[in-house]
Design a protein around this ligand. Structure first.
Ligand code: FAD
Length: 317
């Protein structure tokens, strides 16, 4: 079923979450066992992230450096199939502009549709760590709005190099990303909102937000999105903080602020175990307030560690 159909049919806030494919060489069974307890909260869909190639330098015996492309977390499509088989839950693969030509995207979408995937989250992706700025692939998309356009085109039977003929129609429901605290490259929130509108105009059906720790940021964002005339569901993304290093790394990686009240609790923590308690309690309070506000779903970034999300969900759902 489509994410939007689940939301329309729901009588209360839904529970959903996101997982990462395991690092190359690690097994899938640990991941699936790890998320199995979360099925208690009946997620209608589970997102599976996509990870583009990185570049590493390999030194040869003659001293020359060779730039090698590698993907550390392959397997998004296979994990989607495994989730659907094992849990009978819809899987939502993330799809990136970066690292794909338009034709590779077209072929990936055909694969996904044939295995029964009905929803995709269309994203631009970031530049590989070794590169300063995002550059599209040769024949690839520069912005997520263009990727949305290609997916919707296939829903209308339009394929590359075959513009005049109507082909087999896919029927994807397309989600896109939204940033309550602004995407880091955007010169202003207003600019970013206009680009969000372009994704909606291209045919997106729902929005999932970047994680945030201050619900006011989400409420203000929803108000501004509505002022732009966008009436799609806006699913808030949440993450319980669980380690000391995340206090520094989450703001740095995701360009977000931690509220003072949360920080004053975290600053007293001496160990990861202490941090986890504060982080879980904060996420519970955030979740409860968002449910009371009437959000369509609470979407947890588990980073493939489900225990903290389990403890939050147990108090909220
Ligand atoms: P876009 O919507 O294309 O926007 C990117 C930037 O370009 C923004 O600053 C925007 O304002 C600007 N922009 C857009 N259109 C235009 C235009 N026409 N002209 C000028 N500027 C423009 N990354 C992964 O690698 N894998 C994942 O699985 C993944 N999952 C994610 C899930 C969620 C819910 C979120 C919020 C993010 C996720 N990301 C993931 C990160 C995401 O790929 C990055 O944040 C990326 O930098 C932006 O992606 P986007 O789709 O929002 O890009």
């Amino acid at each position: 079923m489509k994410v939007t159909e689940y939301i329309q049919a729901a009588k209360k806030t839904l529970f959903s979450f996101e997982i990462l494919p395991p690092l190359k060489g690690q097994s899938l069974s640990n991941l699936l066992e790890g998320i199995a307890p979360l099925m208690e909260f009946k997620p209608p869909f589970i997102d599976v992230t996509y990870h583009r190639e990185e570049y590493v330098y390999r030194k040869h015996a003659n001293g020359l450096l060779e730039k090698v492309s590698t993907r550390k977390r392959p397997g998004t499509v296979g994990i989607c199939a495994a989730i659907m088989n094992r849990f009978h839950v819809d899987a939502v693969p993330h799809l990136l502009c970066g690292g794909f030509s338009r034709e590779e995207t077209e072929n990936a979408l055909i694969d996904l549709y044939f295995i029964g995937v009905e929803n995709v989250l269309a994203l631009r992706g970031d530049a590989p760590k070794s590169e300063a700025n995002f550059l599209p692939n040769k024949d690839g998309h520069r912005y997520a709005s263009e990727l949305v356009g290609q997916i919707i085109g296939m829903n209308h039977g339009r394929y590359l190099n075959d513009e005049t003929e109507v082909g087999f129609r896919t029927d994807f429901c397309v989600g896109v990303a939204g940033y309550p605290e602004k995407h880091f490259e955007a010169p202003s929130l207003n600019f970013d909102l206009k680009k969000l509108k372009a994704k909606v105009d291209a045919g997106a059906s729902y929005i999932v937000t970047q994680m945030f720790f201050d619900n006011k940021k989400y409420f203000d964002f929803v108000d501004k999105v509505r002022e732009m005339g966008i009436n799609l569901p806006i699913i808030p993304g949440l993450k319980p903080i669980t380690t000391l290093s995340q206090i520094v790394n989450l703001p740095k990686t995701f360009y977000l602020d931690l509220p003072d009240d949360l920080l004053s609790g975290l600053e007293k923590c001496k160990s990861n175990a202490d941090v986890k308690e504060v982080g879980i309690e904060w996420a519970i309070q955030q979740s409860k307030e968002l449910v009371a506000y009437g959000v369509p779903s609470l979407h947890y970034y588990t980073m493939s560690r489900a225990d903290a999300t389990y403890r939050v969900a147990r108090e909220v759902f």
